[in-house]
Design a protein around this ligand. Sequence first.
Ligand code: GLU
Length: 446
Amino acid sequence: MTLTVRFAPSPTGLLHVGNARIALLNWLFAKAHGGYFVLRLDDTDRERSTPEYEAAIREDMRWLGLVWDRRISQSQRLERYAEAAERLKAADRLYPCYETPEELEAKRRRRLAAGKPPVYDRAALDLTPAQRRKLEAEGRAPHWRFRLEEGEVRWDDLVRGDCRYGAEHLSDPVLIRADGTPLYTLPSVVDDIDLEISHVIRGEDHVTNTAAQIQVFAALGAEPPQFAHLPLLTDAAGQGLSKRLGSLSLRDLRADGIDPMAVNSLLARLGSSDPIEPVARLKALIPGFDLGKYSRGTPKFDPAELAHLNARLLHGMSWDDARPRLAVLGLTGLDQGFWEAVRPNLETLAAARDWWHICREPVAPVIEDSEFTAQAAGLLPPEPWDAATWPAFAESVKQATGRKGKALFHPLRLALTGREAGPELKVLLPLIGRDRAAARLAGLVA
Ligand code: GLU
């Protein structure tokens, strides 16, 4: 059987780094084993799911480079869930319940007050057909619970090891709401069966769901997949990252000029025994990928670490990798020499645009000593200019003025670029060109 995994976001918000990590680790696992990667949109909650969030998820996944082999939407598969529900009813594993949310809450409180675990008391199992008819005649529509079997649910988790869960600690999960729509637990299992998902890699917030879902797999006559539950990322203070907390959304990171490979480089290794380092290509993260390297400890996501990784990635980025990214920013016409000159100065790719504009658009020069810069302007050689122009020009200014070192270079740089520091002038000067250089040295905006 081919290994198949899925990433199953709900289109009820933007993806954040925590979701991206789960997506990436699923993708890497599939690629490391020659398997398939499915994108499953868990959009059965029609009130909260939106086409905009769905489009944003797809865009973010493409941005990261996590191409899926197949995509499904749960809202398109409602018939399959209804069929499965009928099978469970026929097998006497799905039973109707009539409690209102308020009644359930009151029961929960009573149990807690009595020192009992707040699991559902299964009162609905004792209803006679006549009592059910009466409740329905009162206008109550049933929701449906899956009847868990007693005993220990056990699985060998690829991250957590041997997991055991006593079913008595769980409430019979509601699979069908009173309005007839399915809740997450059932569609997830039906899809995992139909798509022959071999490995479910998800956050450890799903561990209890897994215990219940393993019984649903069995009740539907299927073998459960293998499970891997990863600890959820927290922020630097140890707080959970909420999906609705926009600040760490992939969209915002993209807007902040963070490269997708900086995100991938960090998320692929965070919480694992492999070192975190800038990796230029997604494919390069595949060899050696092993879920066994991920620890059960809570990994902390630090935006400063991401920013640092992003800068390191840019400093070593090849022209081949940079060119398409610069084109996305609308920067064309640059060459390898320009890229190699500016990259050591970049924190984000967008800063390359600033340097390009310094070469090509009007800049206000900073004049420290107008006599000196005017004298230098008179020494500019005629064009054409190339990489040899700057050293020759600097040498002639040195000869003519007797200045050297910082006293020579700093005022020239300030006048020519308007900046204190930056890429090598030998690369910038030919791009600035003689007209602009002469004007800037004369103190004019050019
Ligand atoms: N939609 C669920 C979530 O986002 C999917 C969980 C799963 O992987 O089964 O948490």
